[in-house]
Every structure is written in C-alpha cells, then in structure tokens.
Design a binder for this molecule. Structure first.
Ligand code: AHM
Ligand code: MG
Length: 328
C-alpha cells in the first residue's frame, strides 16, 4: 500500500497556497468522480443540459455540474484571483483580497464529455498560472500566458479507477483515489514516456480533411513493415483527450488532433489554455514532446481565452517526424 498521499506530497513540493489550491482541485475531482460513478442512478447527471457553451457545443448536465464543483471548491480555498473554463465565456474574477491571491486557474471541467452517456472514461484538465501583480481589475488578458509560464498542471482521469496526474515542473507523478479513505495516494513517481512507440491516436474519420504533412505521416504509419518506418503500428482513439494522453504517458505512443479543412477557421479542435498547454507540459515533463507541427505548443503566446490549436504530442521520435514532414 503506497504511503505518500497527495497532501503530504504537496506539503513537501509546493508552497502553502499552491498546495491548498491543488488540494481544492483534487477535492472537486473526487466529487466529480462520485457523480460520474452514480451514472444513471442519479437524477440529472447523465444527458444534456439543454444549453450551449461559448464554443457552440451542447453542454451536458455533468459539464455544468463539474464546472460548478470546481468553482466552489477553488473559491473556498482563497488562493486564486480568477478562473477561466471551457464552459464559461468570460473569466470569473474573485473579489480582490489583501494580500492578493497569487494564482489563476484555467480548466476543462469535463473533457471528452461526449463519452459520458456511453460510460466511457472522461477527465478534468487544469492549469495553474500566476496572477498579475498589478492593482487593476483582473481581465482576460491576464490569462494570456504561454504554457511555459504554468506553475502546475494536471488532469484527473475518471476510468475504472480515478487517477490524478500532476506536474509542478519536477517530473510527473500519478496518484490514485482511494475511494474508501477519500484520499489520493502516490502510485507512480517520475513517469517517463517510452521514447520509441508503435501506437498512434488520431480520429481517422477526418483523414480526407487533413493537411498534406499529416496525410503523409499517417500513411507512413499505416504502411507498416512494408513502408519507410519498417514496423507495424497499432491505432487507438478513445475521443477523450485525457484517456488518450494517459495511455501515452503509461505505455507510450503519439496523439494528434491536427487542424483540418473543416475546422481551419477556428484554428483546430483543442483549446490552447486548458487542454493543449497542461497536457503538453505533462508530456514534456515525462520526456516526450508537444508541437503544433510547426511550433512548440508551450511557446505559443495565446491571443484569446478559448483559442484552439493543432496538437501533436507524445514520444519524441514521432513528434520530430511530424515536424520534419511539416518542414519538407
Ligand atoms: P470536449 O472538451 O468538448 O470534450 O472536446 C475535446 C475532446 C477531446 O477529449 C478529444 O480528444 C476530442 O474532443 C475528440 O474529438 P472527436 O469527437 O472529433 O474525435
Ligand atoms: Mg474539453
């Protein structure tokens, strides 16, 4: 039985406000995990909320509920000056405190939510940034920081077990929720992605809409032993970024959600601030790489809160191959 729990880990590795913020996120994730576990037994958990978020996507009841659970838990921790979420068009600024709360939190409360009604894994993704030191009212512009400025990032995966995967910039640690004790126990330290892989994740149904470099790359993989890669590749697509990235952290692989002609106008599918950045930092902290194909995700200066970008992340060897094909 592992002896290090999340509270002890944070007491050692994070300053007190950050520890308190991350504990409040973890508490909300436990609540979300319990709501998900009730599934069809609980009234109002499954199904659609009958509303749309800022991205024009139908909100599920659990999208709304998870968003509220995170907002409530984090507000109570008094550690953030503001929050931004996939489910809210505008930032949420907390009343100014003296001394000023040191952090900002951005999150996707329930990623992969199209999977909820079919009882497949979903997750919560979060990223902690520094709050501005200026005295002016908090604005959306204060959240526009590169992924390299993240102070902490992680996700909770609601699968057969609930896991919390975290980086504070000192490697990646995986915790598992002990449902009996209601605490997260450290179950894997210093996670490292295998450098070489034979597994890829992409939504193949978009193939005809991809740009030429992605077409070429996937064709190389599909050609297997007979092609230039001289080995066979396997494919997985869960359509929950959290679950797909978790598989890559655990047993290697590469994940792509490229821009395609259907979504060119919006810049991609996945959101930079609360999906691509935290996942890219986790992947880099585990020895992998993350790119749009043209530039490193973590170096991009966001232009807006809900900006979307192409995402290629995972084993270094594969990400470099995709980058090379974009240069050619
Ligand atoms: P969401 O935040 O609205 O759930 O959308 C993000 C999800 C990712 O988890 C996943 O990688 C992708 O969308 C799946 O997209 P698709 O349905 O096109 O395969
Ligand atoms: Mg999402």
């Amino acid at each position: 039985m592992p002896t290090m729990n999340l509270s002890r880990y944070l007491a050692i590795h994070a300053e007190p406000s950050l520890a308190s913020l991350l504990e409040s996120v973890a508490r909300a994730c436990t609540g979300i995990s319990m709501a998900l576990g009730q599934g069809a037994l609980a009234a109002g958990v499954l199904g659609s909320a009958g509303s749309e978020n800022i991205q024009g996507e139908t909100q599920k009841n659990l999208d709304v509920l998870s968003n509220q659970m995170l907002m409530d838990a984090v507000t109570a921790s008094s550690t953030v000056a503001g929050m931004a979420s996939e489910e809210m068009e505008h930032i949420y600024a907390l009343p100014a405190t003296v001394p000023q709360a040191p952090y900002l939190l951005v999150f996707d409360p329930l990623d992969g939510s199209s999977n909820i009604d079919v009882n497949v894994s979903v997750g919560t993704i979060f990223s902690v940034l520094r709050a501005p030191t200026h005295a002016a009212e908090l604005s959306a512009g204060d959240f526009l920081q590169t992924g390299r400025s993240q102070v902490a990032a992680g996700y909770a995966l609601y699968g057969p077990s609930t896991q919390l995967v975290l980086t504070l910039g000192q490697g990646v640690q995986m915790f598992t929720l002990d449902r009996q004790r209601g605490e997260y126990l450290l179950t894997q330290e210093s996670v490292k992605i295998p450098e070489v892989t034979a597994e890829f994740a992409i939504n193949m149904s978009n193939q005809r809409f991809w740009e030429a470099p992605v077409q070429l790359y996937i064709q190389e993989l599909l050609n297997g032993k007979e092609g230039v890669r001289a080995k066979n590749f396997n494919m997985r697509w869960i359509a929950s970024m959290v679950a797909d990235v978790h598989r890559i952290l655990t047993r290697g692989g590469v994940f792509l959600y490229p821009v395609d002609s259907k979504i060119r106008q919006q810049g991609g599918k996945l959101r930079l601030l609360y999906e691509a950045n935290p996942m890219s930092w986790l992947i880099e902290q585990a020895g992998g790489a993350a790119s749009t194909g043209r530039e490193s995700i973590l170096d991009i200066m966001p232009g807006s809160l809900h900006q979307r970008i192409p995402v290629v992340l995972g084993a270094k060897e594969e990400v470099s191959r995709v980058i090379d094909l974009h240069r050619a």
